[in-house]
Design a binder for this molecule. Structure first.
Ligand code: NAP
Length: 310
């Protein structure tokens, strides 16, 4: 039986470790401060921001959400970011992506002070990651490393394959695995014979954005499989294609779709991975919960550095 890597459990552990650190900061003068800038009304972004604010509140982190008009210009957003850079009680600034098309996202991310860049997206912090220096790390891959370590899944010397090369997940994931002494391969849409490359992996990370693309023939028996993907299926035909009714376990997926009208599926086929992997993250309840937990850690780290606690 494959081991299920429970992201909710690890998230709770990380949150419990955050609480005394926040209390110590409050005793030293003030709570950590997180500013979230949300432009527009993208439903997924609104949910993410709500969850980030809720988690901050639970931990005693002072959070504020700025919601400027969707029509704002790059210059106007830069002015907001610069004001947040100046405010001493703000330790972390998060500009929720995606931004409206008229806004130059790269310029905005570059404007966030690297010391308040709790997403770890600023090129200075990407450089810190590449060179192994301290600094905020991209939250999703940092959460995955935490998960592997806390489940005592050894990384050093292992073959790791990361499918996806985005700046926020795939590339930092590969670098973090490399720093943990894995032998790392990065794959993408132009990789030849992707299943064969993936089958070499002791640790396989899928960050693609394609529902259930990683099927059993991509997975080496006993591998650890980390599924970053979050794909919402909205068509019954698509659900039936991925989960043919004759397959054990498929009926529950179809019933869940019929009940809700949608079904959340990762990039890894959930029935196949349970049959072949040694350990794997489910969707939901795997990688997802860790991203916000690591955002909290990055915010507290920043506050400790800025207040001089650590
Ligand atoms: P992204 O920026 O769209 O990048 C997708 C990557 O997948 C690209 O590098 C792309 O290759 C590669 N790819 C696409 N189709 C492929 C194929 N057929 N074969 C091999 N590689 C392929 O996506 P992202 O932002 O990294 O996110 C990936 C997934 O993770 C999404 O489902 C997203 O919702 C989810 N996500 C989850 C969390 C979380 O907290 N759980 C956080 C972030 C993202 P090319 O570079 O060649 O185009």
């Amino acid at each position: 039986m494959a081991q299920i890597l429970d992201g909710n459990r690890i998230r709770d552990e990380i949150k419990n470790e955050c609480r005394p650190r926040v209390e110590k900061l409050i005793a030293r003068g003030r709570p950590p401060g997180l500013a979230v800038v949300l432009v527009g009304h993208d439903p997924a972004s609104e949910i993410y921001v709500r969850n980030k604010v809720k988690t901050s509140q639970e931990l005693g982190i002072q959070s504020e959400t700025l919601t400027p008009a969707e029509t704002l210009s790059t210059g106007e957003l830069l002015a907001i970011v610069e004001e947040l850079n100046r405010r001493p009680e703000i330790d972390g600034i998060l500009v929720q992506m995606p931004l409206p098309p008229q806004v130059d996202s790269k310029r905005v991310l570059l404007a966030v002070s690297p010391e308040k860049d709790v997403d770890g997206f600023h090129p200075c912090n990407v450089g810190n990651l590449v060179t192994g220096r301290p600094g905020p790390r991209s939250c999703t891959p940092a959460g995955i490393i935490e998960m592997l370590k806390r489940y005592r899944i050894s990384i050093a010397g292992k073959r790791a394959v990361v499918v996806g090369r985005s700046d926020i997940v795939g590339k930092p994931m590969a670098l973090m695995l490399l720093h943990e002494n894995a032998t790392v391969t990065i794959c993408h849409s132009k990789t030849h014979d992707l299943p064969a490359v993936c089958r070499e992996a002791d640790i396989l990370v899928a960050a693609i954005g394609r529902a259930a693309m990683i099927t059993g023939d991509f997975i080496k028996n006993g591998a650890t499989v980390i599924d970053v993907g979050m794909n919402r299926l909205e068509s019954r035909r698509e659900v039936e294609r991925i989960f043919p009714i004759e397959r054990p376990g498929a009926a529950q997926k179809l019933a869940a779709f019929d009940y809700k009208g949608t079904l959340l599926v990762g990039d890894v086929h959930p029935l196949d991975v349970a049959e072949r992997a040694g350990a794997y993250t489910p969707v939901p309840g795997g990688v997802g919960p860790l991203t916000i937990a690591m955002l909290m850690v990055n915010t507290i780290d920043s506050a400790e550095r800025r207040i001089g606690v650590c």
